[in-house]
Ligand binder design. Structure first.
Ligand code: SAH
Length: 257
């Protein structure tokens, strides 16, 4: 590593609302000369980069034209070696289902200085957007963040084991990337959790067009189909969702106060 080298900062852009960025994220963006942007990141956040910064959109949503991961990694290494101050802007938190781990590994192997700035992960923000907590002394003693998709070349999550653990240990399940496979996830979770377990789907949490559906595990896939909920959305399964009804009843009084 020589002194003229730049660096790469993986920055969590949070769930959508620019006000949920950390001060560290804003600082890193303001100092960037090159910004690589994932497609879930709002333009208002990208606009925090300096006027002269080079902005590269490298989104890779399912079904859309994608930028291969290897290309993104090469681009970061090249730019850093040219002395650029690279910000890799990723939705939510870079280390939650964002391939941030792979990117950091690749950069370190290439001898590039790399830093990571946490962001608010969408699973956390989605539940807060419903007005209920992820853990609760009476309803949930912990949280599981789990992907609804099998990892590349790997096995899907063991839903039955997760359901049993959630039931016995009273855990909230927060499922990312689960909307398209909801029927299968529902069927398998029902092996360990009652059909009446409260569930919610939050689409585009904290964005101006956020949508929510409150349902039960037994009705999860039917609700997603009926309400036409699509990605990006998180599915939440657990007793903490029971509190949403109370929040909604309270709301008019709170607003009127
Ligand atoms: N690193 C990201 C997750 C990337 S995986 C994070 O920490 O949030 C992409 C998945 O995240 C989507 O399929 C969806 O399940 C979830 N997601 C991202 N942004 C979201 C949002 N604003 N609202 C709901 N779900 C979101």
């Amino acid at each position: 590593m020589n002194d003229s080298q730049g660096k790469v900062t993986l920055v969590g852009a949070g769930p959508g609302d620019p006000e949920l960025l950390t001060l560290k994220a804003v600082k890193a963006l303001r100092a960037a000369t090159v910004v690589l942007v994932d497609d879930l990141v709002s333009p208002d956040i990208v606009a925090l980069a300096p006027q002269g910064a080079r902005i590269v959109h490298v989104g890779k949503r399912g079904g859309c034209k994608s930028t291969p991961q290897a290309f993104i990694e090469r681009l970061m290494v090249m730019a850093a070696r040219e002395g650029e101050n690279v910000v890799r802007l990723k939705g939510g938190d870079p280390f939650i289902f964002g391939r941030g781990g792979e990117e950091v590994e690749h950069l370190r192997e290439a001898g590039v200085h790399v830093e990571v700035v946490n962001g608010i992960t969408s699973g956390l923000a989605a539940v807060t957007a419903l007005g209920v907590p992820l853990t609760h002394r009476e309803h949930a003693q912990g949280v599981v963040f789990v992907t609804g998709h099998a990892q590349r070349g790997g096995e899907p999550p063991d839903w039955r084991a997760l359901a049993e653990a959630a039931h016995q240990a009273r855990l909230t399940l927060v499922i990312y990337m689960g909307v398209s496979g909801a029927q299968q996830i529902q069927d398998q979770l029902l092996a360990g959790l009652p059909a009446r377990t409260p569930a919610a789907v939050v689409q585009r949490a904290t964005m101006p067009d956020q949508r929510e559906a409150i349902t039960t595990l037994g009705e999860l896939a039917a609700t997603i189909a009926r309400e036409q909920m699509t990605s990006p959305a998180v599915i939440v399964v657990g007793d903490v969702i029971r509190g949403v009804a109370a929040v909604r009843q309270e709301e008019p009084r709170v607003r009127a106060a």
